[in-house]
Design a protein around this ligand. Structure first.
Ligand SMILES: [Zn+2]
Length: 134
């Protein structure tokens, strides 16, 4: 799961890319995703608005960032509260393209767990995707 999340890889086979553009900060193309995994044929958006659920994950990631900074603020930084608020908002905004990617791929991972039989070794196999769609 970590590998696919940070490597922009299909959650089922860890081989095919999920997002078309490798750089999450290419803002024009940050929402462009492949419809299917190029390796195992997994359909990423299994139903319309499937990725709306990823918003919950992205919310969790943002809260996670906030908690990390809040802990740092309390124990190390002790900045002025206003400066801290600006900094954290800026930080969360700055990492939001990453958060978007991670949340969608983590969301994929909830539904399609990594399966060995889909990874490299079986590249020659012809997959029947409907059979494995949950
Ligand atoms: Zn795949």
């Amino acid at each position: 799961m970590l590998y696919s999340t940070f490597g922009n890889k299909c959650s089922r086979c860890n081989e095919g890319d999920v997002f078309k553009c490798k750089n999450p900060y290419n803002l024009k193309r940050m929402f462009e995703m492949h419809t299917h995994c190029s390796h195992c044929g997994l359909k990423y958006e299994k139903e319309t608005s499937f990725f709306y659920g990823a918003m919950y994950v992205s919310y969790a990631i943002s809260s996670g960032w906030f908690m990390i900074w809040y802990a740092l603020q309390n124990y190390l930084l002790n900045w002025d509260l206003l400066i801290f608020a600006f900094f954290v908002s800026g930080f969360i905004l700055a990492v939001s393209p990453l958060t978007l990617r991670w949340s969608r791929i983590i969301w994929l991972n909830f539904f399609y767990k990594y399966k060995k039989e889909f990874s490299k070794k079986n590249k020659s196999t012809n997959f029947n995707t409907s059979q494995y769609a949950s």
